[in-house]
Design a protein around this ligand. Structure first.
Ligand code: ADP
Length: 462
């Protein structure tokens, strides 16, 4: 049986060695999840809501322990792990409430001897594939609505961070969810993905991860015509207008850029700053970036933890080197602090000036603590730069001028827009992207729709 080794990215220590599920193990779990669906779908929404709330309570009661597991396997500062768990729980409690609002409707018929009704029912078994950057929240925002809707749920966590997920699934069972209603699969994405996509027992795939893997899952699922939700890459622009309150902007820019060491799909990735304020912005932002402390997330003074692995590190260093070769100035950081022998990959918060659009960092998603700053002098030029990638997940802009703000809101092709707000994610709002950033939305009233089928009933001969 092959094994999965899980390492601490801050120290290189081996945290766990886990047996991986074989293809037949996964198929057996899918069969069990499908069988469980036949009864789970008919449970009362009040029962499902009570279980979701109980699960949420147990996660909060254990949050210190689970946060430690998360920081050890992911590297993020402990306070960010606690914050993620609180956010993760909010999806369970929000959808515990939404379960009670799965409404149908009646439609006036064309003749008096008919009645026309629309009802909603759970789609079936849902298979989720989640990333390592938010090991808890990326699961609960799928599990919450799926379970609320009456679907059974099976999840494959990322290879780098399975331990948080294993603990959360244990807590789900402790809360009272039947074993086969919430299941976890351990394995490599390339091995598990095709078993999920080929299975007749899976009616929906929900995925958060890179755009290439998302495209692959969409194409593999064509054979069995599955429902798909895709939350894929981003390359968020962060536009600073000439009237913005720069001191406030810096607080938002630092939080948005360096949270989770810049490894989030909605991290500010391209700072597009008006010429009139670029000098002030750059000076203050660079000073704030230099003040961040890089280190082990278990140390409470740490602001920026390690990158998750060598692959992520190499990509960040390539982007920095490419920018340097094309004329960028390193204003802060710029150093990779890899210790290949230990297997740890830190990068100091990096600020790049003199940036031009031909640099890779301006078109490829950046998953690290690197901030390129580029100037604009005309708002349409800023919008063109912002919209000029295949991504359309999150965009940020800062202005107190309402006409400028509404114009930006109208013209930015992004699913999530923060106006004077660098941290817009919440359970009660729809999260998702335009273009190659994805399909569907998670969170809010939109977030339960992808787990429901619509059934139209016509009653005749009245
Ligand atoms: P990253 O490059 O940031 O790790 P990925 O998209 O590769 O992003 O990973 C996100 C999730 O997708 C992980 O759980 C990973 O195991 C999974 N994954 C990777 N390759 C595949 C694949 N071919 N099929 C299904 N899932 C995959």
């Amino acid at each position: 049986m092959s094994e999965l080794k899980v390492f601490n990215p801050a120290t290189g220590d081996l945290l766990a060695t886990l047996p991986m599920d074989t293809t037949s193990d996964i198929e057996a779990k899918l069969k069990a999840g499908h069988a469980a669906f036949q009864t789970w779908k008919s449970t009362s929404v009040y029962e499902r809501a009570a279980l979701l709330n109980r699960w949420a309570e147990l996660i909060l009661a254990n949050k210190e322990d689970v946060a430690k597991i998360m920081t050890e396997e992911n590297g993020k500062p402990l306070r960010e792990s606690i914050g993620e768990l609180v956010n993760a729980v909010s999806y369970l409690t929000w959808y515990a409430e939404e379960a009670k609002r799965i409404y149908g409707r009646t439609i006036p018929a064309s003749t008096t001897n008919k009645r026309l009704l629309v009802t909603r029912q759970a789609i079936g078994q849902v298979a989720a594939i989640t990333p390592w950057n938010f090991p808890a929240a990326m699961m609960t925002r799928k599990a919450g609505p799926a379970l609320a809707a009456g679907c059974t749920f099976i999840v494959k966590p990322a290879e780098d961070t399975p331990l948080t997920m294993i603990r959360l699934v244990e807590l789900a069972h402790e809360a009272g969810f039947p074993q086969d209603v919430v299941q976890c699969v351990i394995g490599a994405g390339s091995a598990v993905g095709p078993v999920f996509t080929a299975s007749e027992y899976v009616r929906k795939i929900t995925f958060t991860g890179s755009t290439p893997v998302g495209k692959r899952l969409i194409s593999e699922s064509a054979a069995t015509v599955k429902h798909m939700s895709m939350e894929l890459g981003g390359h968020a622009p962060f536009i600073v207008c000439e009237d913005a309150d720069i001191d406030f902007v810096i607080t938002q820019a630092i939080a948005s850029k360096f949270r989770n060491a810049g490894q989030t799909c909605i991290c500010a990735n391209r700072f597009i700053v008006h010429e009139a304020v670029i000098a002030e912005f750059t000076e203050k932002f660079t000073a704030a970036a230099k003040a961040l402390k890089v280190g082990n997330g278990m140390d409470e003074t740490t602001d920026v933890g390690p990158l998750i692995n060598k692959k992520g590190y190499d990509k960040v260093i390539e982007q920095i080197n490419d920018a340097k070769a094309k004329g960028a100035t390193i204003l802060a950081g710029g150093e990779g602090l890899a210790d290949e022998a230990k297997g740890t990959y830190f990068v100091t918060p990096t600020v790049l000036g003199n940036v031009t659009l031909d640099m890779d960092i301006m078109s490829e998603e950046t998953f690290g603590p690197v901030a390129p700053i580029i100037a604009y002098n005309d708002l349409d030029e800023a919008i063109k730069i912002a919209n000029g990638t295949p991504f359309g997940l999150a965009a940020y802009f800062f202005t107190d001028n309402y006409k400028r703000g509404i114009y930006l809101q109208d013209h930015l092709d992004f699913g999530i827009v923060g106006w004077n707000d660098g941290l817009p994610t919440l359970a009660q709002v729809p999260f998702g992207g335009f273009k190659e950033s994805g399909l569907g939305r998670e969170g809010g009233i939109e977030g339960i729709e992808p787990y429901l089928e619509t059934k139209y009933l016509s009653i005749g001969q009245l």
